[in-house]
Structure formats: C-alpha cells, structure tokens
Design a protein around this ligand. Structure first.
Ligand code: NAP
Length: 460
C-alpha cells in the first residue's frame, strides 16, 4: 500500500556529545573532524567552489526542497554531493533543532554522512551544512568561522528566516518538492477507485474505502469480528485507545496470517493523552504489537491538540506512523488548526449518516485534498432501526435486491465518504462488504440526500 518510501534513519539527538552544542566550539581543533572518508569522497565528487570568497559551493545540478518552520515555507537548494543525496533520501522528516550562539540551529544524527569538509571561512544566513559528519546546522546569521563543514545547500530567500526560527529550539520540517507535488495531485484527486476499492491519501498511501469499525467490541468478540471481516476481504480496521481493544485488533491481524502491509490499521489518541502524545503513540504501537500504524487520528479537539499533532508529525518522520489525521473536526476547528501544523491531515473521520449528512463539511474537507470517513454510518447503536427501517431507504434497497445497510454504505461511497460500519454479527460483516455490485442512480442519491435532519447521534 506504500506509494513512496518514508526513510527511517534513526534520528537521535545527542546534545551532550555535540561539538555544535558546545558553546566553545573554537576549542576543538579542526583536524579532529578531517576524516579520511571525507577526503576520499571529496576526490570522487569534486564540488565546484568559488575559491575567491570561499563561499558556499554552487553546482549546476541543484535540487529544491522545502523547509517549513512554524508554518512558514522556505525553499532550499541542495548541492549535488553525496551528503546532500543522503539527506534527500531521509526526507520527509521533522527535527527539533536546538539553538547555538544565537546564529544557528543544529541537530545531531546517529548516523554519519559521507562528508567532504572544507574550511568555509564565511558563513551566510540560510546555509545548510553538516558539521563533524553527523550534525545538521542551519545558520540564520552571517558569521566567520575557522571550522570545517560539508555544504548541503542553502535557503535561497532568507527574508523572515530568523524570525520564523525564534530564539530557542525550533521544529523544522524538510520535505522534497516531489512530496508536495504528490500532495497537490492528491488534493485534486482523492476520488475513489471502485475497481481496487481504494483511495490514495495525500500522504501517498493507498487506503481501502470500506472497513470495519470496532467501537464497543471487546476482547474475544473484537478478535472474532475483525477476523471475520478479514476473512471476507476487509482490509481496513478502525480502532482507538478509547475503545480498549487495540490489543485485540493486533491479535486478529496476526491470527489472520495476512501480511501486515496488506492491512490498513487506524487508531486514535484520546484528548487525555495529548499532553504526553509521544508516549501515547508508543503505547498504541505496543498494544497493537505493530511496528507502525497506517493512520493515527486525534480523536477529538482538546487541550494540547496541536502539540499532540506535532508529536504525530515527528512519529511520521520516525516511521512509527504512515499517515495522520483528525476526528470530529469541523470547518471552524479546521480553519483554526490547519495553519498551526505542517503535515496536512490525510483523513478526517466525522459522524455521517443519512440523518446527519454534513453536506457543508464534506465538500470543504475534500476540497483540501483530505479524505472523509464517516462514523456511525448506520446511525450508531440504538439508532440503526430508524435508519434501516426508513421507507425511502428500504424502498431503494428492495429495488436493487440489497439491504438498507448496503444502500446506506453505498450512498456514502458514492459521496466519496469511506465507511467503517461496526458489527459483531458475521452475517452483517459479510453483508457490509457486498456493496460493489450495484450503483445508486442520481435520483436515488438525491432521495437519500433529502433525508438529512441535521440530527446528531452523539455529542461530539
Ligand atoms: P454503526 O456502524 O453506525 O452501527 C453499528 C450497529 O449497526 C451495530 O449495532 C450493528 O449490529 C449494526 N449493524 C452493522 N451492520 C449491520 C447490517 N448489515 N444490518 C443490520 N445491522 C447492522 O455504529 P458504530 O459501530 O458505532 O460506528 C462505526 C465505527 O465508527 C465504530 O465502530 C468506530 O470504529 C467508529 N466511530 C468513531 C467515532 C469517533 O469519534 N471518531 C465515534 C463513533 C464511532 P450487529 O453487531 O448486530 O451487526
């Protein structure tokens, strides 16, 4: 299901060992960082330099990447050298870069770059360099130096850079143009593929458009229901910390014998986890007993939700989560939230059924290139009889030789809404998958659209 690779070099910050972090960098002899490997690399890939002013290398084959700081986007040109290529392969990634000397931000990697160090003498704001083969440095002031660096590239237009970076640690996202292109393409193309029964999220990953919801399914009932769904071709499972069944979902996935990468697992962080989201993400992985979650959502808006989302963004760069999104966010909430985050949500999961259609919210979300998923597609427990017994719906169902549940699920799909009906009944689970052998006419869609009552079946 993976469309492009998210590279997983372990990004461990080691400020205690950092020469960059040492306020007295001049104490370090330059010779200590002049490794034989870097010399070899320099011989193999000579970089054109402006020897007159010892300035940043300029090559004819530069690559443009995006550097996003506090929601502000800068373009950086990367040089054509081995270290820059290694850096490119790690993208997208988000780093918390610490401040040094009020003129640079730095981050130590655990892996070593193939560097080709040289004494730059002059450093310019916007320079993106590798120091000591492991330390990524972004300068935001001009300065002189006696140290040696390998130049990755530079931010072309530094207007506003210093202000965006601020004084302390800065969270900085680096991404390739290709990824932005992918997201932009997806923004206009999140249409469902009814042949593959999938949609491509703006993260580049492919997701099934129908699945099983596991709210209120516990222990053995949950394991059995998910297993039955998987046996019937379902490859999308929705769980959450709040459902107390992540372990059971993981068990069912493992029991099925289906390769992990063929199954798309969604889980959610609950607001009481937002203050410590990093640990909550690890807890979810542990409970699911999985190496990654396909999609993680914030369950509801709440205190620290932006911070929790940033933690999910970091987890994406670490390979713990593939795509991220939100649940129970509507237009007003999104307008406030989106400018504060770097990665556009891949999906938003909201209450959607014929009596609560969100006809204003759905097109708004979709226009942003975000996939919409509906919870309570059948109205939710305690309300299903009202919807399944609705005369319009059951009339349409009879004319197609289908059930009311199947008509409602199909209506969702034709509106571009992903469905995750919950069920512990094997017959219902199977029935809910048989929604691709008929199509509702425009007139039938209109008849169901006309049933909207703006009637929410839950408080959020
Ligand atoms: P739902 O899917 O609207 O309805 C579930 C009910 O429908 C169950 O009582 C089930 O009974 C019945 N049912 C299922 N298929 C049926 C069929 N073919 N014919 C007749 N009855 C059928 O409600 P839900 O499960 O609560 O919601 C769906 C999923 O959305 C949840 O499981 C959860 O994953 C997610 N959700 C998310 C949020 C959120 O805030 N993000 C909130 C609520 C739910 P049987 O077991 O007898 O089949």
């Amino acid at each position: 299901m993976r469309k492009f690779a998210v590279f997983l070099l372990m990004l461990l910050s080691l400020p205690g060992l950092s020469a960059c972090g040492n306020a007295n960098r001049s104490d370090l002899p330059v010779t200590e960082i002049d490794t034989p490997e870097s010399k070899t690399e320099q011989e193999e890939s000579p970089l054109p330099t402006d020897s007159d002013n010892n300035n940043i290398e300029v090559t004819s084959e530069m690559t443009t990447i995006q550097v996003i700081i506090n929601g502000q986007e800068f373009e950086a040109e990367l040089n054509d050298n081995e270290a820059a290529r290694q850096f490119m392969e790690m993208l997208p990634m988000q780093l918390d870069m610490e401040d040094l000397h009020n003129n640079e931000k730095y981050f130590y990697f655990s892996d070593v770059f193939d560097t080709a160090d040289e004494e730059l003498k002059e450093i310019h704001a916007g320079d993106l360099l590798i120091y000591d083969s492991k330390c990524l440095v972004l300068f935001y002031e001009n300065c002189e130096t006696t140290y040696q660096y390998t130049t990755l590239g530079k931010i072309s237009d530094t207007a506003g850079l210093k202000e965006a970076l601020g004084t302390g640690t800065a969270t900085i996202s680096f991404q390739t143009e290709n990824i932005t292109d992918t997201a932009q393409t997806s923004a206009s193309d999140i249409s469902f593929n009814f042949d593959t029964k999938t949609v491509t999220l703006n993260s580049g990953y492919e997701m099934p458009i129908y699945g099983i919801g596991t709210y209120s399914l516990l222990n053995e009932e949950c394991v059995n229901s998910v297993q039955t769904a998987l046996e019937n071709g379902v490859r999308l499972i929705d769980t959450a910390y709040m459902y107390h069944n992540e372990e059971s979902v993981g068990e069912a996935v493992r029991n099925s014998g289906i390769p992990r990468e063929e199954i798309f697992v969604i889980t959610k962080l609950y607001p009481d986890q937002f203050a410590n989201a990093e640990a909550a993400i690890d807890e979810a992985l542990e409970k699911l007993d999985m190496e990654y979650v396909d999609l993680m959502l914030l369950h509801h808006p709440g205190s620290n939700d932006v911070d929790a989302y940033h933690a999910m963004e970091t987890a994406v760069s670490e390979g713990k989560i593939r795509s991220i999104g939100l649940s129970n966010w509507y237009i007003e909430e999104l307008e406030e939230f989106l400018p504060q985050v770097t990665i556009t949500p891949a999906l938003i999961q909201n209450e959607i059924h014929p009596y609560y259609q969100e006809n204003d919210v759905i097109p708004y979300i979709q226009s942003l290139g975000i996939v919409v998923q509906g919870w309570y597609p059948l109205g939710g427990r305690g309300h299903t009889a009202e919807l399944l017994g609705n005369e319009v719906i059951s009339g349409i169902a009879a004319s197609h030789g289908k059930s009311s549940a199947q008509v409602i699920l199909r209506w969702n799909l034709q509106k571009g809404v992903v469905v995750i009906p919950g069920s512990s009944n094997p017959d219902h689970i199977k029935e809910n998958t048989e929604i691709f052998d008929f199509e509702l006419t425009e007139e039938e869609m209109d008849l169901i659209n006309a049933l909207d009552r703006n009637e929410k079946h839950d408080w959020y």
